[in-house]
Design a protein around this ligand. Sequence first.
Ligand code: TYD
Ligand code: MG
Length: 483
Amino acid sequence: MAKSTASFVCQNCGASYTKWAGRCDACGEWNTIAEEAARETAPKGLGGKPGRKIAFVDLKTEGVPPPRRTTGIGELDRVCGGGLVAGSAILVGGDPGIGKSTLMLQASGVLAGKASVAYITGEEAIDQVRLRADRLGLSKANVQLAAATNVRDIIASLETGTPPDVVVIDSIQTMFVDSIESAPGTVTQVRTCAHELIRVAKRRGFTLFLVGHVTKEGTLAGPRVLEHMVDTVLYFEGDRGHQFRILRAVKNRFGPTDEIGVFEMTDVGLAEVLNPSALFLAERRGNVSGSCVFAGLEGTRPVLVEIQALVAPSALGTPRRAVVGWDMARLNMVIAVLEARCGVAFTGHDLYLNVAGGLRIQEPAADLAVAAALVSALSGDPVPADAVVFGEIGLSGEVRAVAQRDLRLKEAAKLGFKQAWAPRSAKKADASGHNKPDDTKTGLTIKSMGHVQDVVSHFTDPAAPKATPPQGGKAGPSKMRGP
Ligand code: TYD
Ligand code: MG
């Protein structure tokens, strides 16, 4: 007889263990391992029973590929790679309360005008969804609404009659398969439910949206355990303190990843943000030290954001370093390069770095902007208010070229910036590295940065006295030291 053993499964990544541990070795999360009834025992093999022959077909498509269905929400279509593909499964992950249900309901409402949409909620009662739809101005939309959690019933309904074009499951963690003992939300349940639903979606050709909560506690399986099963993974990010929400594609079998959609949470639901740069820079105050505008790139779209740094004398033995919206390891690297290659000393200073507006930057191209913000904060000199900065910094202090330079410059010019601190563009630079003919067409003055020192020397040396020059010393503040 097969032995039923208990197994311990990480609810974040799905790794399984024979005994409990405080930390999952696979994903590094703490306190996410929970006991689950083991679903299968030792593999049995095929047992000598013959199978059926599978049919092979040609790779080339017959006729044109089926068109993508656009949702009507441009930002959502963009992250999906230009619209929804029939028979595909899209996972929408995010923290609770970030706006996943709102987005799905809005998408359903807009789609309902041109396709049949079924919205199955396991979290809210029908009336709650209706109330929300009313608030979003969608109460007249032709969406088929159901409150259900049993996957057997849901599949039975989707198998009979004409299937809907789009099905939304909100959320996958509330669904359950009645043949499995573990509670809804466990890795086994979440995986099995998703697997069954995806199979029906592929067979019947509807687009399936699965909503999944990202959870830090070990009580609910996170969307990470589903990433390999679905065709597209979208994460809805943002700080609940900010009104901006970013929908980011992290996996897409039918389009590019790293594409983002920007939304603003308003009292009547999510509004698309067509010009994110203008929004992220809206509250910027020019000529403040420690502030610097980074010309970034999110997917195919240039996005300008403000990077803010604060450097303050520290009373602590080990100065504090805090970062919001960027990578701490990357920040430490930039600090180390500034200290070792340019002689800028941050010792004895607390250091804070913030990406304004709640955006999370992942590009190394932000290195130079971070360096400029840090040195500006330390020296007290502002980065020119009409300048954008971008470039990757290498360990020897060299500034490396980054992708899509022209796109970044064009966006900066569009928003009224006058100069750019940018890496030398390798193939277009003349001998001096300045005045590349292609840069003039954007109207920006390009200050080519070959080394971080080029940035540092724009600021006065904080070590030199500024307000009260020493007796008899007429010289102005010295420039920052060289390497
Ligand atoms: P919700 O979509 O329920 O989040 P999730 O499904 O990801 O858990 O979003 C809930 C939040 O959105 C809640 O804090 C209120 C806010 N909200 C608005 O600000 N405006 C609106 O029109 C709606 C519907 C929600
Ligand atoms: Mg919800």
